[in-house]
Write a protein that binds this ligand. Structure first.
Ligand SMILES: NC(=O)c1ccc[n+]([C@@H]2O[C@H](COP(=O)([O-])OP(=O)(O)OC[C@H]3O[C@@H](n4cnc5c(N)ncnc54)[C@H](O)[C@@H]3O)[C@@H](O)[C@H]2O)c1
Length: 353
């Protein structure tokens, strides 16, 4: 039997707990130790699952042999904690966003190179079957010439949510508001499906919450392949409506609605030609999704896609391959978000590298 890979977690809050459940669900993974600076958070976990609790990550690395460490601390601490883990000899899975500045991201990539460790960044919706299916069709050029791609994120977060952690909604540790925290998932999918973003115009505002950063944003994008796109995002849309990713090309269209395939129609599968005014019925229609989403409640997310991404990292470690989303791939979504902030601040178009 293959030996189990030994896991540690740094940061046991809302998402750290979900990582623990995802690791427990994988037969060839074993959660060994968890670090949180608030030790009462991990006491129950330690009792129930014979996991060793630590209040300091250095102490955890000194005492435990760990293969992979999952970094689940506030976003602006990801770089420091991931670097500490890589320097201690561990492979790292870091929660999204990889970090909140490009300087911190470059430093993580440098340390990854120096240490030869693997670095994966969570974007669990890349593992949804709808996303995988649409990405495969993009690779096959089944949508023809891509013309328009949209990400719409009308979510709700209460003031209580922002008040639940001093870091939430701050520039220093959240790195932004609805874009950097909630919408990065959809922005990552949009750029994964539509391609690299070349330029951005944007507005952002704080309309509903008492917080430093934005709770509403719109951006107009130009992709490197010539297509255009939009992002419309808020955490001020009560009671929280699902996410929509739309991909349109001159040979087909797809809509991912609440993480499920809501609409798909491809010219290559037509038995009859679509008339000059279009309007064909979808070839695939999943209807309304009943899946768990974070649109209204940050804790209401299922752990199955996190488990798939953790399993992907385990494959990469065992076979010495690259995880599906490594540090290089996770840089661009953060670059897009920082470009949106810059455009909103300066009132100018921002060109990306
Ligand atoms: N992938 C997703 O769907 C998803 C969902 C929620 C959060 N996240 C990400 O996960 C990260 C954490 O978010 P959260 O909502 O779980 O926050 P949280 O505030 O609930 O949890 C963060 C935890 O880190 C601990 N911590 C702080 N400093 C520490 C340190 N130096 N060492 C060890 N532990 C420390 C805190 O005590 C807290 O328990 C954020 O980057 C967020 O963007 C991702």
């Amino acid at each position: 039997m293959t030996e189990k890979l030994r896991f540690g977690i740094v940061g046991y809050g809302v998402i750290g707990e979900l990582h623990a459940r995802a690791i427990h669900s994988l037969p060839d993974a074993q959660l060994i130790a968890v670090t949180d600076t608030t030790p009462e958070k991990i006491r129950k976990l330690a009792e129930e699952h014979s996991v060793t609790p630590y209040s300091n990550a250095q102490e955890m690395y000194a005492n435990e042999q760990l293969d992979i460490v999952n970094i689940c601390t506030p976003s602006g601490m990801h770089g420091e904690h991931a670097i500490e883990a890589m320097r201690a000899g561990c492979h790292v899975i870091v929660e999204k966003p990889m970090e909140i500045t490009l300087v911190a991201i470059e430093k993580m990539l440098r340390v990854q190179q120096e240490t030869g460790r693997k670095l994966a960044v969570i974007s669990q919706h890349r593992f949804d079957s709808a996303t995988q299916q649409v990405r495969k069709l993009v690779d096959e050029q089944a949508f023809g010439r891509l013309v328009l791609g949209n990400a719409i994120i009308p979510w709700w977060r209460s003031q209580k949510y922002y008040d639940s952690g001093a870091w939430r909604g701050t520039w220093e540790l959240d790195g932004g508001g609805v874009l950097m925290n909630q919408s990065i998932h959809s922005i990552d999918l949009l750029q994964w499906l539509m391609g690299h973003v070349k330029s951005i115009y944007a507005y952002t505002d704080t309309r509903v919450h008492r917080m430093e950063t934005e709770d509403v944003a719109v951006a107009v994008l130009r992709f490197a392949n010539g297509a255009v796109g939009t992002i419309a995002a808020t955490t001020g849309a009560y009671p929280g409506v699902g996410t929509r990713i739309e991909i349109y090309g001159d040979r087909g269209s797809a809509v991912i609605d609440n993480n499920k395939l809501g609409y798909l129609h491809l010219a290559r599968d037509d038995s009859e030609e679509v008339g000059p005014y279009g309007g064909a019925k979808p070839q695939s229609h999943a209807g309304n999704s009943t899946g768990m989403t974070g649109a209204a409640d940050p804790a209401a997310i299922a752990f199955d896609t996190h488990a798939l991404q953790i399993a992907d990292m385990m494959r990469a470690v065992r076979k010495n391959e690259t995880p599906l989303l490594d540090g290089n791939g996770a840089r661009h979504p953060v670059e897009i978000i920082l470009g949106i902030y810059e455009s909103a601040r300066t009132g100018r178009e921002v060109m990306l590298s």
